[in-house]
Write a protein that binds this ligand. Structure first.
Ligand SMILES: *[C@@H]1O[C@H](CO)[C@@H](O)[C@H](O)[C@H]1NC(C)=O
Ligand SMILES: *[C@@H]1O[C@H](CO)[C@@H](O)[C@H](O)[C@H]1NC(C)=O
Ligand SMILES: *[C@@H]1O[C@H](CO)[C@@H](O)[C@H](O)[C@H]1NC(C)=O
Ligand SMILES: *[C@@H]1O[C@H](CO)[C@@H](O)[C@H](O)[C@H]1NC(C)=O
Ligand SMILES: *[C@@H]1O[C@H](CO)[C@@H](O)[C@H](O)[C@H]1NC(C)=O
Ligand SMILES: *[C@@H]1O[C@H](CO)[C@@H](O)[C@H](O)[C@H]1NC(C)=O
Ligand SMILES: *[C@@H]1O[C@H](CO)[C@@H](O)[C@H](O)[C@H]1NC(C)=O
Length: 249
């Protein structure tokens, strides 16, 4: 018993990574994407306070990247629907035009045995984001815990047509945020299948209880300019009942 237990511990330790996409997410990546909010690292499914995630994070990789241009996507894959436990997805961030730094930056990751050298992605040409970052804000609905998934995509060889496909997917006709954002399908349409070079996710959890906000004003997910009003990450179809719903704080 003790013997097999320690073997299991060893096996777990051997497969530990700093960052990876969540189980079942496509396109998957096991390559570390380091995501840092000010001094808070948000790696490998870590539970992160919502208040730490309000401004866009710095991102980096543990190996030097050789491409000339990268895009970061952040997708909430646990958006509530009116038919729980079914969920939907929502694009939170799509920034293109990032370049990898040539030199590494040393950062200290809580719990890591030694400081880490990472290569930060930089916005050297000040590229306007396709979807400006807006932070996690899970409402008091099922599921309370949301997995915010980040993927880094090599766009060095992307065509103008491919970049337009990315923009179209991120900006639905008629405006609003991109609910039902399917990363695999979108990257395929953009000619970027197989170009995910690193991934990560973290967990932001509403303290609940479920339904605590049912009496207030509605969330406005149709605000794409960087802020989320009210309850945040839910689908518009998810809040039609209940007229004057209150804000989730
Ligand atoms: C993180 O840093 C940015 C830039 O310095 C600042 O604007 C923001 O308020 C900080 N956010 C938190 C949660 O500390
Ligand atoms: C980048 O190129 C260097 C030198 O050729 C190589 O060692 C490294 O593995 C490459 N990095 C990636 C992420 O492919
Ligand atoms: C890149 O620059 C644009 C334009 O200044 C800015 O809006 C955006 O937030 C920047 N993105 C990152 C990741 O720093
Ligand atoms: C996302 O797109 C992929 C590839 O086009 C497809 O196989 C998959 O079923 C889609 N997922 C959902 C949830 O629609
Ligand atoms: C996210 O964190 C919450 C709170 O710690 C936990 O209950 C939940 O199981 C986590 N969800 C996932 C998908 O890891
Ligand atoms: C909503 O308001 C009603 C009447 O004030 C109250 O009975 C009910 O418990 C509230 N529901 C929630 C989820 O707070
Ligand atoms: C940006 O957000 C503010 C605050 O919610 C809103 O009043 C404004 O109309 C939004 N602008 C655009 C262009 O979405």
């Amino acid at each position: 018993m003790i013997f097999s237990k320690s073997l299991a511990v060893l096996a777990t330790a051997a497969s530990l990574s700093l960052a990876a996409t969540p189980d079942g997410f496509e396109p998957a990546s096991e390559v570390d994407l380091i995501v840092i909010y000010n001094s808070t690292t948000a790696l490998n499914g870590a539970v992160v306070p919502r208040t730490a995630t309000t401004s866009q994070p710095r991102i980096g990789t543990t190996s030097r990247l050789n491409g000339t241009s990268y895009a970061i996507l952040m997708i909430d894959i646990d958006i509530p629907t009116n038919t729980p436990p079914a969920t939907n997805t929502l694009l939170h961030w799509l920034q293109t035009g990032l370049t990898p730094s040539r030199t590494s930056t040393t950062i200290t990751i809580p719990g890591a045995s030694s400081p880490l050298s990472i290569f930060l992605l930089q916005n050297g040409s000040s590229t306007t984001p396709i979807t400006p970052y807006f932070g996690p804000n899970p409402p008091a609905r099922i599921p309370l815990s949301h997995r915010y998934t980040q993927i880094l995509v090599d766009t060095s060889a992307a065509t103008a047509q491919g970049m337009r496909a990315l923009e179209q997917a991120a900006r639905p006709a008629g405006g609003g945020v991109a609910i039902g954002f399917n990363a695999s399908a979108v990257l395929s349409q953009a000619g970027l299948s197989g170009k995910v070079v690193a991934g990560n996710f973290f967990n932001v959890t509403n303290p609940g209880p479920v339904g605590a906000a049912a009496n207030g004003t509605n969330t406005n997910v149709n605000n794409r300019n960087g802020t989320v009003n009210g309850g945040g990450d839910e689908t518009s179809t998810g809040c039609k009942q209940g007229s004057e719903q209150s804000k989730v704080k």
